[in-house]
Design a protein around this ligand. Structure first.
Ligand code: F0G
Length: 498
């Protein structure tokens, strides 16, 4: 059978182990997931996270109508959960009642997360205890996934820097960072650097949850299509979990740093002739036919993990919601995730208003912008082309999820040229912060929206930098200073320094 050509272990794809029904999953997994449902974002059909008779290796990623799915579960404070006795006398924590959304509950949620955030990250020498409270994802676990602790695969991740870079909110020790605020034209501006995650991008937040789900379902192999960052993250977390990682990349369109990560972490790296959209179509087919667990943001549990970017930003701002959240947009998983996080934080009274979301696309890969410009009258797709390869995507999977976020947050979608992206990247890089090209779309977009008067100079803005500078060291290297080699004499150095 074709499955053997991927070298999966015996039993995978078509065999007993990977095709077991959920009745053979461990009882704590079945119990935990019984509180979780999946809602189609197109037709609102509702499915249980584990369907009767469903093969564990073939979870549902789409509705029968073809729509993508969104995780739904009741969000309850730990003490609001009622212990339910299970077979064997253990206790399962029931997430399936109440909402915890009253204003007083907002204070309780804040206290819970603030206490966890101050837990010192100390490993005991004789235990493999997880430091869940120290993960910038699992700290918010009641809002992410009711995973039994023994299944969680965490580095930990998150806890990334939130840099004050506005004209007014830069302290004296940040005079270099103020250049960013001047460039944007903003008084109170923060950059959240998701490139400080373990594999250098925000993808680790969704991946810890996606690989944890794979672990709960007993998957031995996981796969994704990627413009490079998802694949690097998948490769790393799969290696940690002892799973086989398989990644599909658009040949010639992935930066060297990201490709090196996938290979070094040991994922089977398949470069396909075609673009990301082709790779995405292929991987969905491959996963469904071969019973491999799919870890693109089509997988709704990845999106749940990425919500933690939003929760962490709010916590770092002492739960004062900003006026705007600005981020680069490609496949639209992150727009969907951060928007959902803010919606839930608002519903739980963690914050008092919803920030407006601005998604920024590259001009050569801007289908979402084109739809937005027609009030979302039609769903557009394009043949993508941009120097920011991470967001070189012409047919975003999470279109409907992201559209809801823009509409309900009174948000906006903007488009910026490659020249604007590279100019913004140079400003972020020279300030000493640095990012990969796609991330710089954030600053290019903020500058454009401020110039248009859409974002006001005195509004409180957070921009997300999604990936690390080292991911893509080729772009934005200042030509005049690159590659200078001099004799090792003081005179030669004097001449260069002027
Ligand atoms: N910024 C970076 C650095 C990215 O890698 C991506 C997506 C985005 C922004 C856009 O986020 O897709 O959720 O709208 N990278 C994916 C990947 C597609 O395969 O690594 P999105």
């Amino acid at each position: 059978m074709a499955i053997n050509s991927t070298g999966l272990q015996p039993g995978q794809g078509s065999g007993e182990e990977n095709n077991r029904s959920h009745t053979l999953l461990s009882s704590d997994v079945v119990a935990a997931l019984s509180a979780v449902s999946l809602r189609c974002v197109e037709c609102s059909a509702l499915y249980p996270a584990l369907e009767a008779g469903q093969r564990a290796s073939l979870p549902r990623y789409r509705c029968t109508c073809g729509g993508v799915l969104d995780v739904e579960m009741k969000l309850r404070l730990p003490h609001q959960r009622s212990p339910v006795a299970r077979e064997g006398g253990d206790v399962f924590l029931d997430f399936d009642a109440g909402t915890g959304g009253a204003p007083a509950a907002g204070a309780e949620w804040r206290q819970l997360f603030d206490e966890r955030a101050t837990t010192p990250p100390i490993w005991s020498i004789s235990t493999d205890k997880l430091l869940l409270d120290c993960s910038g994802v699992w700290r918010y676990r009641e809002l992410i996934l009711p995973a039994p602790e023994a299944y969680i695969i965490s580095r930990p991740e998150g806890n990334t820097g939130l840099y004050p870079v506005g004209i007014e909110n830069c302290g004296s020790g940040r005079s270099g960072h103020r250049q960013i605020g001047l460039y944007a034209g903003l008084e109170r501006f923060f950059l959240k650097h998701e490139g400080e995650n373990p594999t250098g991008s925000f993808k680790d937040r969704g991946m810890t949850v996606g690989v944890t789900m794979a672990n709960m379902l007993g998957a031995k192999a996981v796969a994704c299509a990627s413009t490079g960052n998802t694949s690097a993250s998948l490769a790393s977390y799969a290696a940690q979990a002892g799973m086989r990682g398989i990644v599909f990349l658009p040949a010639g369109n992935v930066s060297g740093g990201k490709l090196a990560q996938s290979l070094a972490y040991g994922a089977q790296t398949i470069q396909i002739e075609g673009d990301f959209d082709d790779a995405m179509r292929l991987v969905e087919q491959v996963c469904n036919e071969l019973g491999i667990y799919l870890l693109n943001s089509l997988n709704p549990f990845r999106v749940e993990g990425q919500k933690a970017i939003g929760f962490e930003i709010l916590q770092q701002l002492d739960w004062q919601a900003p006026d705007w959240l600005v981020l680069p947009a490609g496949n639209l998983g992150n727009t969907s995730a951060i928007g959902k996080a803010f919606r839930q934080a608002y519903q739980l009274s963690l914050i008092s208003h919803m920030p407006r979301i601005a998604s920024i696309q590259a001009a050569g890969a801007n289908p979402f912008y084109r739809s937005f410009k027609q009030n979302f009258a039609s769903r557009e797709s394009v043949q993508a082309d941009t120097i920011a390869t991470a967001i070189k995507i012409g047919n975003p999977v999470s279109y409907t999820r992201a559209r809801r976020v823009i509409e309900e947050s009174d948000g906006i979608v903007e488009s910026v040229t490659d020249d604007e992206i590279l100019a913004a990247k140079a400003v972020i890089d020279r300030a000493g912060i640095g990012c990969e090209p796609a991330s710089a779309a954030t600053l290019a977009g903020v500058r454009k929206l401020v110039a248009q008067g859409i974002i006001k100079r005195d509004e409180h803005v957070v921009g997300v930098l999604t990936g690390n500078l080292l991911k893509d060291s080729k772009t934005g290297i200042p030509q005049e200073t690159s590659g200078i080699v001099v004799q090792s004499t003081i005179d030669a150095v004097r001449r260069v320094l002027g």
